[in-house]
Ligand binder design. Structure first.
Ligand SMILES: [Zn+2]
Length: 90
């Protein structure tokens, strides 16, 4: 009976160790993929989440004329520069 208990104990220790290793591998993989999506230098996701999805998902660029910061998709790119609107790109 003692040997069975000992075997059960060893079995449990092995399982706990195995699960711990798996969890560490999983954590390492998930943090690695998070780093890949977070490669924008100004993308502070935790502090920007409060301001809504757009602010987090889009890069804000400054207009070359007036300096206003506009989401990249809403502005106009011309001659290698970024502008807040069509009028400023001309
Ligand atoms: Zn402008």
């Amino acid at each position: 009976m003692f040997i069975i208990k000992l075997l059960l104990f060893v079995f449990l220790v092995v399982i706990i160790f195995f699960v711990g290793t798996l969890a560490r591998i999983f954590f390492g993989m998930s943090s690695g993929s998070r780093q890949k999506t977070n490669r924008r230098p100004n993308g502070r996701s935790s502090s920007r989440r409060r301001f809504g999805h757009e602010a987090e998902a889009e890069r804000m660029l400054a207009c070359a004329v007036c300096g206003v910061h506009v989401p990249e998709s809403e502005g106009v790119k011309a001659a290698g520069k970024f502008f807040c609107c069509e009028a400023h790109s001309k």
